[in-house]
Design a protein around this ligand. Structure first.
Ligand SMILES: Cc1cc2nc3c(=O)[nH]c(=O)nc-3n(C[C@H](O)[C@H](O)[C@H](O)COP(=O)(O)OP(=O)(O)OC[C@H]3O[C@@H](n4cnc5c(N)ncnc54)[C@H](O)[C@@H]3O)c2cc1C
Length: 393
């Protein structure tokens, strides 16, 4: 818990090793090129190389398979620390770690255990292609299907977005189990190079989160039966998948909020130094911002630690926990928009302009991406449906 709550913008001395490593990568590597990554809408390759060097891509994999044996809360701390410097780099770690978390929970077959060992030894990068043209973000349905062919099985999917797809070693995709299956009868398939081709169908010239390079693709893959999860996708999603996803994405929103709040804090302290003995007018706004940041951090810390506590418990799948993690994602993203724009009102023109130490350009644009990166409306709708059936909130 202390790891996720300490420090305004990053780890204090008492924080855990993963968060500190990620913070250092943020300071030394990701932060210095974050504006360039954003401007050119390019993959944050330097930061990802460092994540690999530090073994962060296999942090969640059990030690007996060569991984770091870390908890989700520890990785959430690392995502948060990195997001303070470059949200796009942090999202690469977050999205990859969502897939690894699912593999650790549900990749019980021999081939999927071997894949985990390979991710650890080679620091393979995993992307996701769950959303599909025609169904949007409703990932509980698929149009595409795993198709039998003469020599085996294939998958062809029109993917709405695959973040860093061109740079990934494997792409995880949902699909109907077979050509005659219902849209909700889904499996999840891990498509590996070289049996995978991605043909770009749309580009990623976005308002924010530009370094995620979330282009649309036509995915064509030869499917290896061993690379299909042994449980239905619905189980992967409800038993840890949605929970890990909402928590790890929220970590990025908390980290980017911290970056904006830190600028506002620094701005107010600089004003105070200029007129010793007076309280700068924006100090009151900063105090309000601090309450919002505390809410955001508290929500993340509670959810991340609950995930760890529920790892082997049926509580993981309980409607109450599912609703609460959706709430965390909705709240931390909306708070990110509030905190970044609140920081702007504190920093004024210095925050509005590009090229000043207080510029909030990137954080404000990225914060708006947090609301659509898995639609908040969709999550609220799911919770609204659940509340109709439940007797208590
Ligand atoms: C930065 C970024 C990276 C991404 N990376 C990936 C990736 O790597 N892989 C991947 O598969 N996808 C990725 N996505 C896609 C993402 O996961 C969502 O699928 C996508 O953002 C949803 O598209 P949409 O906004 O059209 O929302 P949808 O969920 O399709 O909904 C469209 C709109 O309709 C409304 N709406 C829809 N359904 C409901 C409902 N049930 N209740 C109420 N309102 C509803 C909402 O207002 C919503 O904004 C990425 C998206 C972003 C922004």
């Amino acid at each position: 818990m202390s790891e996720l709550l300490s420090g305004l913008t990053g780890p204090a001395e008492s924080t855990g090793p993963l968060e500190s490593v990620a913070w250092k990568i943020g300071v030394d590597v990701a932060g210095p090129v974050a504006d360039e990554v954003d401007r050119e809408s390019r993959f944050p390759r330097e930061a990802v190389e460092e994540l690999k060097r530090a073994g962060l891509l296999s942090a969640l994999i059990p030690e007996q398979l060569g991984g770091g044996g870390a908890t989700l809360a520890e990785v959430a701390g690392a995502v948060r620390a990195l997001a303070s410097h470059c949200t796009a780099s942090a999202l690469v770690l977050a999205m990859h770690s969502i897939e690894v978390s699912n593999l650790v929970r549900h990749g019980t077959s021999k081939p999927l255990q071997e894949l985990q060992a390979e991710i650890a030894s080679k620091q393979l990068l995993i992307a996701n292609a769950n959303s599909e043209v025609g169904i949007g973000g409703d990932v509980g349905r698929s149009i595409c299907a795993v198709e039998p062919t003469d020599g085996g099985m294939t998958l062809e999917k029109q993917c709405l977005a695959i973040s860093y797809g061109e740079h990934a070693d494997a792409v995880v995709a949902t699909a109907r189990r077979a050509p005659d299956s219902e849209q909700t009868d889904q499996v999840q398939v891990i498509c590996r190079r070289p049996d995978l081709t991605l043909e770009q169908t749309s580009d990623w010239d976005a308002l924010g989160l530009r370094g995620t390079c979330s282009n649309g693709f036509r995915l064509v893959a030869k499917v290896d039966a061993g690379m299909i999860y042994p449980v239905p996708f619905a189980t992967i999603a409800s038993n840890g998948g949605i929970q890990a996803s909402t928590i790890l994405l929220s970590s990025a929103w908390v980290g980017l909020s911290e970056a904006a709040a830190a600028k506002a804090h620094e701005y107010v302290r600089a004003a105070a130094r200029r007129s010793i003995g007076t309280i700068p007018p924006a100090a009151g706004h900063l105090a309000v911002l601090a309450t919002e940041l505390q809410q955001s951090r508290g929500l993340l810390a509670t959810a991340a630690n609950a995930f760890t506590a529920f790892e082997a418990s049926p509580e993981m799948e309980s409607p109450g926990f599912l609703a609460s993690v959706r709430n965390v994602k909705v709240s931390t993203s909306e708070l990110a928009v509030r905190i970044t724009t609140g920081a702007l009102s504190i920093c004024g023109i210095a925050g509005f302009k590009r090229g000043t130490p207080f510029t909030l350009d990137r954080q404000i644009r990225d914060a708006h991406g947090s609301v659509v990166m898995v639609s908040n409306e969709r999550y609220l709708r799911a919770n609204a449906e659940m509340l109709l059936a439940r007797k208590h909130l």
